[in-house]
Design a protein around this ligand. Sequence first.
Ligand code: SF4
Length: 461
Amino acid sequence: MEDLCTLQPVGPTACIDEREQSIITTGRSKTSIACTNDSLAGAVSQRACVFCGARVVLNPITDAVHLVHGPIGCATYTWDIRGSLSSGSEMYRNSFSTDMKERDVIFGGEKKLAACIDEIVEKYHPPAIFVYATCVTGMIGDDIIAVSKEASNRHGIDVIPVESSGFISGNKIIGYRAAAEALIRLIRPKEGETIVPTQKLNLLGEYNLGGETWLIERYLTEIGVEINVAFTGDSTVAKLKKAPGACLNLVQCTGSMHWVARKLEQTFGTPYIDVNFFGAANTAESLRKIARFYGDEEMERRTEALIVREMARIRPEIEWYRKKLTGKRAAIYVGGAYKALAIIQQFRRLGMDIVMTGTQTGKKEDYENISHLLEPGTIIIDDANPAELEKFLIEKQVDVMAGGIKERVLAYKLGIGFVDHNHDRKECLAGFEGAVTFSREVYITTCSPVWKYLKAPDKEV
Ligand code: SF4
């Protein structure tokens, strides 16, 4: 296996010395990238905080109340953070906060938290409340576990603490773990409850941002498989509690859900497989994997028929975009590695050159997989900051970037096209249809006439 990467110091204008090992260039040495570390203080990481990491995972549970124990800013900053779609309750789109003030910081906020829970139960009757710790409540030592337990006994509903104080790590992935632990607490059957085994599957790490969960459900229904529950797009508390009854767990967002999948395997014996429904080739491969798991010849036949039909339907459109985009230079900076891998494949399918790829939370094996898909000389960057991104966007003469909301402004300011592939987006980018939508978005922004009217730094007009 040819390995990575040369360390290439990126110069005083962009790179802090301690960050050098987190930026590599493919194909020139045996040194692998430094990743999964806490962000460097002062480097202005693109990552969000631990609490934010927990909330993005749990917030799509539609009928739960998400109560943020802390100053109002933490709740406002993450309000409706996923923008996930719901087929039922809209409770999750509210942002509840204990609104801690100076007095609470000095004398403690536990009584206020208990009173808030009582008020929420009285007014909204939710089936579950997630209580998130923030920096302030973690620092003053409020015992959210004890308060949640007492409230749960008092009201007879799940009140689940999420130990997500922002300061406990400089890596958002610790927030994913806090959310995963909260999910397992919710799912674990209570005394006297039984698990009813089914032939359905759970879809882990799918958040229904633009209706992806519903699209995947449509494909699975066609091949003869039923989704038990998605974690956590368009889920409900009652559906999640049935998760142990599934015969298989699919994991899409590996960063947020591998730990949950392993826990479900250890506790309930449910196997899991990784899937990826971004990109037509990935979608086809994922459907085949699922059909193979069931070992049903008729299901495999239906799966092949679906793939042949959908591929034939989208091919002419993808080819049209390919002609327009061949040779354009693309950059990727996203949260999770599974998304980066999918976008690399999609850009390549469009004939584009990928000159930079990075993630907020990729692991060593993720970066190995990424590097094997890329041409020598490509920049790979972990836990980037705006100065580093700017440097490479200019240096590599990028035409279009795929990223999230924090990268969008940077790209536009530099006169570069931008495709939103984060949890803020509204377009469904999954499946065969999503592959066409993605290609259209890339084309519209990359080939927009607007760029010739802009004069960006170091960019010829
Ligand atoms: S938890 Fe801490 S870092 Fe996160 S938003 Fe609140 S104060 Fe900021």
